[in-house]
Ligand binder design. Structure first.
Ligand code: FES
Length: 101
């Protein structure tokens, strides 16, 4: 799901790291947003709405809404669209957990 060849753009060599989503190992590019790594792994539902439990994915992708809140390394309500990926991170969905801050 990741663009590696482009007719105009070139991409520098990137460090791949491993992190977990709900205990499942996933690879991503260090320093890119966690959400980018999840989308590259074809994971597009990041949580569900509180009231109707509708699937939610990226909406603004700039850290201004609540569509991508997840628990990262035990910290709830992290906006994964702007949180850089580091090796060994633990990412969890937070269905019904935590308050929006
Ligand atoms: S998608 Fe809006 S804050 Fe992440």
């Amino acid at each position: 799901m990741r663009i590696v060849n482009h007719p105009i753009l070139t991409f520098p060599e990137q460090e791949m790291v491993t992190f977990t989503l709900n205990g499942q190992n996933i690879e991503g590019v260090a320093g890119q947003p966690i959400a980018a790594a999840l989308y590259a792994a074809d994971i597009k539902v990041l949580h569900h709405s509180h009231k109707h439990h509708r699937p939610r994915g990226l909406f603004c992708a700039i850290g201004n809404c609540s569509s991508c809140l997840m628990t990262v390394d035990g910290i709830p309500n992290v906006r994964v669209c702007v949180e850089p990926l580091r090796a060994g991170m633990t990412v969890e969905t937070q269905e019904g957990k935590g308050k929006i801050v």
